[in-house]
Design a protein around this ligand. Structure first.
Ligand code: MG
Length: 230
C-alpha cells in the first residue's frame, strides 16, 4: 500500500451496546441477576460518580452467575438487523470498522459469532469466571482516567494516522470523550444529548439503515467507490 492510500484510511469506531445490539447487554444481565440494586449502581454511573470499572466491580461482587447462565442471557440479545449489511458495505468500500466497547468480551464475541461477524476487530473489557463469580479486567483503560474501562479516545488515537478520517457511531457515556476527536459522529441516545450540549456536530441515527442511507445517498465521499467516482 502506498503512502497516499495509507494516509486516507477511514476508521470507524463503533460502539456495541445499544448501538449494534438492541439494549445494553451488561444492564440486562445485571438487572436479571441483581434486581433493583442494579439501579443504584447505574444511577451512580450515569451521574459520573463512579466509572465503568468500579460499576462492574460493585456489580460483580453481588451477582452470582455461572458462565452458562451468562451465555444463556446473551443468547436472548438481538442486534440491529442492518448491522451485518453495514459491515459488508464497509468491507466493499474499504472502510475500517472496529468495535470499541465498554462492555465485556465474552458477550461481544458471542453475539458476533452468532451472526458470523467474527472478522471485525474488537477492543473491550474482559470477563472471566471463578465458578459463579465474574472477574473483570480492563486491558484498554487509560492510566490517568478511571471513567471508562475501555478508553475509546486512546484506541482511536492509536489507530488513526495523519490524514485519516475518523468516524464514531455510538449512543452512550463511553462515547462522550471520543466524540470530541472524531471527524464525523453518528449519535443517538445520551450521546446525541451530549453532542447538542457541547456543540459537537453530529448526524442523528436510529439504526444502521440510517447510516447506510447516509453513505449511499452520496452525502459522503468516504470509501473507495466514492473516490473512484470523483
Ligand atoms: Mg452503547
Amino acid at each position: 500500500m502506498d503512502k497516499e492510500k495509507r494516509n486516507s484510511r477511514t476508521i470507524i469506531i463503533c460502539d456495541f451496546d445499544n448501538t449494534i445490539t438492541k439494549g445494553d447487554v451488561t444492564d440486562y444481565i445485571y438487572l436479571k441477576y441483581l434486581g433493583d440494586k442494579f439501579w443504584e449502581i447505574n444511577e451512580l454511573w450515569e451521574a459520573g460518580r463512579i466509572g465503568t470499572p468500579e460499576a462492574y466491580e460493585m456489580g460483580s461482587a453481588l451477582v452470582r452467575i455461572t458462565p452458562e447462565q451468562f451465555d444463556q442471557a446473551v443468547d436472548e440479545v438481538e442486534i440491529d438487523p442492518y448491522f451485518p449489511e453495514f459491515y459488508q458495505f464497509c468491507r466493499d468500500e474499504g472502510l475500517e470498522l472496529y468495535i470499541v466497547s465498554d462492555g465485556l468480551d465474552r458477550y461481544v464475541e458471542r453475539v458476533l459469532r452468532k451472526h458470523g461477524l467474527t472478522e471485525i476487530p474488537v477492543y473491550t473489557n474482559s470477563v472471566s469466571f471463578q465458578e459463579d463469580r465474574m472477574v473483570m479486567s480492563f486491558p484498554y483503560q487509560d492510566e490517568e482516567c478511571d471513567l471508562c474501562g475501555t478508553c475509546k479516545e486512546a484506541i482511536l488515537e492509536k489507530l488513526r494516522g495523519e490524514g485519516d478520517l475518523a468516524i464514531l457511531i455510538g449512543d452512550g457515556g463511553s462515547d462522550f470523550c471520543v466524540a470530541h476527536s472524531a471527524d464525523i459522529v453518528f449519535a443517538k441516545g445520551r450521546l446525541k444529548d451530549y453532542c447538542e450540549e457541547n456543540g459537537i456536530p453530529f448526524i442523528p441515527f436510529q439504526s444502521f439503515q440510517d447510516i447506510l442511507k447516509w453513505f449511499r445517498e452520496g452525502r459522503s465521499t468516504v470509501g473507495r467507490k466514492a473516490h473512484r467516482e470523483k
